[in-house]
Design a protein around this ligand. Structure first.
Ligand SMILES: Cc1ncc(COP(=O)(O)O)c(C=O)c1O
Length: 376
């Protein structure tokens, strides 16, 4: 066994993280509809990604197959869910990964190669950034939603070109400019990839996602998404044409060299997809309007049009203090800091869910009003 002192260098790294107010700690909570119980405290939960708040789904847990899908960890239920997801995205086929993170890691690194060019929005999620690094392609970051910058940078040479963006940006709640992006991509023959983890099941007709909302679904070449957010289930998937799926089955390391998502989760996702999502979607829209307009009335600057409503604080310590104030007053919002967002852009990322009632939101607004005078 390695002697302990060899790892003492880690202490100085942790100390640096603490000094910069960027230290993270695990909390242990139990979700209970619109609330979360942390320790003995019951708090209003304003940081869950279970946006649609579909009522609890009871499932039977069978014997786990505990193997990669290419070995013995596959059964018919995967195929059925993949057909449903392919139809949901109007694509030829889909492929389920254990998580959305792994879907990103495995897909982009499989399809982009040496000599190719990837154009990636500067605010793209960590899993997209990592996946681009795993490919041998040249990576170019374009300014957030800046179409002139994208157009200019797409002029660089590349055998195959890819433009990758989120649909709804996870930390700002804004939409990507998909109409413009798909037009630019078409002109330059670039492949358009959308990670719609936060728009899927939540926006567009029948929750088909952000490209559907902007009426450009037909122009998307490859979708990457998560079952763990709007749907409130678990897992990740991609949807595209058959050859992309085939290549990922053959080449994607985060698909091949890992155990399959347990099939009880496949059943869980399937039940949720067939639930009354429209009713939950309407409720979510109503809740988002109530919270966003209430915050604006108090004086907060709110630019988001989606269920992700960030309040930008800037200073990391101030964001942490605001978070503690909310916690003390029974509202749970996790402050988000670097490296999840740029330095000095710390924020309270509120996520609205359909679980919330009108009086829950009234209560949250009352506390945010007190916080406004205290912190802003
Ligand atoms: C944009 C985006 N893509 C992918 C993921 C990863 O999804 P999952 O939680 O299913 O791994 C996230 C998670 O936060 C995300 O925000």
């Amino acid at each position: 066994m390695a002697s302990k002192h060899k790892l003492n260098f880690i202490d100085s790294e942790l100390e640096k993280i603490r000094k910069n107010n960027l230290y993270r700690e695990l909390r242990y909570g139990k979700a209970s509809k619109s609330h979360i119980i942390i320790g003995r405290k019951k708090l209003l939960n304003l940081c869950s990604n279970d946006y649609l708040g579909i009522p609890v789904t009871k499932i039977k847990i069978d014997q786990l197959q505990s193997s990669s899908r290419l070995v013995s960890g596959n059964d018919e239920s995967y195929n059925k869910l993949e057909s449903i997801l392919a139809r949901h995205k109007s694509q030829q086929n889909s492929l389920i990964y254990p998580t959305g993170y792994m879907a990103n890691l495995g897909t982009i690194s499989s399809i982009a190669n040496k000599g190719d060019l990837i154009l990636s929005d500067e605010l793209n999620h960590a899993s997209i950034i990592e996946s681009c690094k795993l490919s041998d392609a040249k990576i170019i970051i374009y300014k957030h939603n800046d179409m002139q910058d994208l157009q200019k940078k797409l002029k660089q040479k590349g055998r195959n070109k890819f433009v990758i963006t989120e649909g709804v940006f996870s930390m700002d709640g804004d939409f990507s400019f998909l109409k413009e992006i798909t037009e630019i991509s078409q002109k330059t023959n670039a492949v358009t990839i959308v990670d719609d983890a936060h728009g899927d099941f939540v926006v567009g007709k029948d929750g088909k996602g952000t490209p559907n909302y902007f009426n450009v679904a037909k122009k998307i070449d490859l979708y990457i998404s998560s079952l763990s957010k709007g749907l409130g289930s678990f897992g990740g998937y991609i949807a595209s044409q058959n050859n992309v799926i085939d290549l990922c089955i053959n080449k994607s390391k985060s698909f091949i060299y890992t155990s399959a998502l347990p099939s009880f989760l496949i059943h869980h996702a399937k039940i949720r997809i067939h639930s009354d999502r429209e009713k939950q979607k309407k409720k979510l829209e109503k809740n988002t309007n109530q919270l966003s307009s209430g915050l604006k009335e108090i004086g907060y600057e709110i630019n988001s049009k989606t269920q992700i409503v960030p309040i930008i604080i800037g200073d990391e310590k101030k964001a942490m203090d605001f978070g503690k104030f909310l916690f003390t007053n029974g509202v749970f919002v996790q402050p988000i800091r670097f490296p999840t967002v740029p330095k000095n852009q710390a924020r309270l990322r509120i996520s609205v869910t359909a679980w919330l009632t009108k009086s829950d939101i009234d209560y949250a607004l009352e506390i945010f009003e007190k916080g406004f005078t205290k912190f802003l």
